[in-house]
Design a protein around this ligand. Structure first.
Ligand code: URA
Length: 424
């Protein structure tokens, strides 16, 4: 049967299910340029408004995977990856990948750059002198064999349909559709070739999904797609209403990750790193204790080898910002709130993030959260340190922090970081 873009658009506009053949055709024809951007925009909006059920979403994902190459990672150990839906201060990949590798699994982390208020893993690692993000597939495989972990840019051959469609969704108000988000994330992860995958689905002001209901629905959709593709897959729902750790930015997050790899670091970063490592190892079928491996120094050794393998110098000093501005407590009490979104926007405005994907980022820009909710503070005590090479950005960053933190007479109730786990 021959298809036309208009028939597929009309079917979804009128609330029908798309058939497997319609999905395969439209994704393939769009990738090849036979379906125009304006037609795919209309279809994306129809999907946004009328949704896709689980089997349509699984088929859509399969068609996006089939639009490019699917890597085969024959590296001599079980392969397992992690994907986070993105948050403020979310540097977890940095300690996690070498930790899981030091425990015996192989971690292929093909990552992206940051856009908006959430940071990108590659931007963080690029603050390490000499480190390079672009690797060939052969280099990825060889590093997985020799080191066990690689964090690098996704090659353009993986899920090219998603690359095209994501750029279109970004400018047509169709990003926030659960079937489109889930298929976009999973198509890249499935194409990457890992046998198991753990998803960190963030919930709260600093996350893509602000409500627990939407985050859970996304987690369920992601897990269902993974199962459909034969992956061992889990999703952890984790809090993102407060920044993770104390550092938000690029070089500052690398420095904090190194503290964790050396056995220190903030308790929440350690807790989430260990929880994700335990889940990844269990899904990969590897028995090890990540907490003990972290304490032994073996994860730090793997980190140093991973950075060197990509041209970086793990011992080189990290870039320092030219300007620092400290925000102090106006009264005595307890820090009751520190809003992740406000801090993320402040770091972004200071130069740590980008507004358009071609913008550069400042390696040294960011925010240090010197107090976290629950900490007792006294008047005049430093709460936040803003860092930037462009001091003109400081007033805008301060404006985004206004109302983003609070001091009260009593400490806030403790907020759990790990909210739930879903397993496929
Ligand atoms: N991240 C992705 O990779 N795709 C989306 O659609 C949203 C977030």
């Amino acid at each position: 049967m021959t298809h036309t873009a208009v028939d597929v658009i009309r079917a979804k506009r009128d609330g029908d299910r798309l058939t497997d053949a319609q999905i395969d055709w439209v994704v393939d024809a769009y990738t090849r340029g036979d379906v125009a951007d304006e037609q795919m925009s209309a279809l994306a909006m129809a999907i946004y408004l009328n949704g896709m059920d689980a089997s349509e979403t699984a088929r859509w994902t399969r068609a996006m995977v089939d639009s490019g190459e699917r890597l085969t990672l024959d590296v001599g150990r079980p392969t397992v990856d992690k994907h986070s839906t993105g948050g403020v201060g979310d540097k977890i990949t940095l300690p996690l990948a070498p930790l899981v590798a030091a425990c015996g699994a192989a971690v292929p982390q093909l990552s992206g750059r940051g856009l908006g208020h959430t940071g990108g893993t590659l931007d963080k690692l690029e603050s390490i002198p000499g480190w390079r993000a672009q690797l060939s597939v052969d280099e990825v495989v060889s590093q997985l064999r020799s080191v066990g972990a690689v964090v690098c840019a996704a090659t353009s051959g993986l899920a090219p349909a998603d690359k095209k469609l994501y750029a279109l969704r970004d400018v047509t108000g169709t990003v926030e559709s659960i079937p489109l988000i889930a298929s976009s994330i999973m198509s890249k992860k499935i194409a990457e070739g890992a046998e198991a995958l753990v998803l960190d689905v963030k919930v709260g002001s600093g996350a893509f999904m602000k409500s627990p209901e939407r985050a859970r629905a996304l987690a369920q959709a992601l897990v269902a797609i993974g199962v459909d593709h034969g992956l061992r897959v889990s999703a952890l729902l984790t809090d993102m209403s407060v920044p993770l750790g104390r550092a938000v930015g690029n070089a500052v997050e690398v420095a904090e990750s190194v503290e964790v790899l050396r056995g220190g670091g903030p308790a929440d970063v350690v807790e989430l790193t260990v929880a994700l490592a335990e889940e990844m190892l269990s899904r990969a079928g590897v028995t090890a204790s990540p907490r003990e491996v972290l304490a032994s120094g073996a994860a730090y050794e793997t980190w140093a080898r991973m950075i060197r393998a990509q041209g970086g110098d793990p011992d080189a000093p990290l870039p320092e910002a030219a300007h620092k501005h400290v925000v102090t407590a106006e009264e005595d009490g307890y820090l009751t709130e520190l809003d992740a979104y406000a801090v993320g926007v402040a770091a972004w405005r200071l130069g740590a993030g980008r507004a358009r994907k071609e913008d550069p980022v400042q390696a040294a820009a960011g925010v240090l959260c010197l107090a976290k909710p629950g900490d007792e503070v006294t008047r005049g005590q430093p709460l936040l340190e803003l860092r930037t090479d462009t001091p003109a950005a400081i007033p805008a960053a301060l404006a985004s922090l206004a109302g983003g933190y609070g001091i009260g007479d009593t400490p806030p109730p403790p907020r759990p970081l790990l909210l739930d786990t879903l397993r496929g």
